[in-house]
Design a protein around this ligand. Structure first.
Ligand code: R5P
Length: 228
């Protein structure tokens, strides 16, 4: 589990601010990561303090555990639509395009965030960039397809690495049982086109570019927040 450490107060400010948009009766998409951690925490506190009732759709095992810790009832996309999804990002540009998947959770995140009536992104200032692409694009792949997908990504100009686990020999295995290839492109001219192109490679489950999905970006700073 990614835990909070760097830019902790900025992440907390962003996560807590996003909780102000939560209303009684809402179904919430619960994003993944060290920033969303604070959103889930604050939603749990708000339920206890204000007596509001919400339900959460987790985007990872991590967010499921956090929701349980804060007594947020769990539901699924089978049972409910999503009123509001709140999620972190590894990069966000001025057009609200994102790179996500630093925690290998981008596939479920994209499904839930896309389904939401409203999608709010919470980041600290270090994630705001002029152009996407310093952070490699995470590409979730069916393990059997990884060599061929890497060849295709390299033909598209990317430098690729299969993401390796920290405390296990071998690759990171996603919550869906797949590998993640981190693909570093020299330039991402059009996030929208790259998002579509990557998903057209057989064996790719989902990639970490989120274009044209975001309604609001809350940027946490050490002493507050600002909205983009
Ligand atoms: O797979 C992980 C997610 O996309 C995270 O939302 C993203 O990596 C940002 O995480 P953090 O808030 O920990 O920087």
């Amino acid at each position: 589990m990614k835990t909070a450490s760097k830019n902790d107060s900025a992440k907390k400010n962003a996560g807590y601010k996003a909780a102000e948009y939560v209303e009684d009766g809402m179904v919430l998409g619960l994003g993944t990561g060290s920033t969303t951690h604070y959103f889930i925490e604050k939603v749990g506190m708000k339920m206890a303090e204000e007596g509001i009732k919400v339900q959460g759709i987790p985007t990872s095992f991590q967010s499921l555990l956090l929701a349980k810790k804060w007594n947020i009832p769990i539901t699924t996309l089978e049972e409910n639509d999503v009123d509001l999804s709140v999620d972190g990002a590894d990069e966000v540009d001025g057009d609200f395009n994102l790179i996500k998947g630093g925690g290998a959770a981008h596939t479920k995140e994209k499904i839930v965030d896309y389904a939401a009536e409203k999608f709010i992104v919470i980041v600290d200032e270090s994630k705001v960039v002029e152009k996407l692409g310093t952070f490699p694009v995470p590409v979730e792949v069916i393990p059997d397809a990884s060599r061929i997908v890497i060849q295709t990504l390299e033909d598209m100009g990317a430098e690729c690495e299969i993401r390796m686990a920290q405390r296990k020999d071998g690759p990171v295995i996603t919550d869906n049982g797949n590998f993640v290839i981190d693909a570093k492109f020299a330039e991402i001219a059009s996030p929208q086109h790259l998002e579509i192109d990557l998903n057209s490679i057989p064996g790719v489950v989902e990639n970490g570019i989120f274009s044209q999905m975001v309604d609001k970006v809350i940027v946490g700073t050490s002493d507050g927040t600002k909205e983009l």
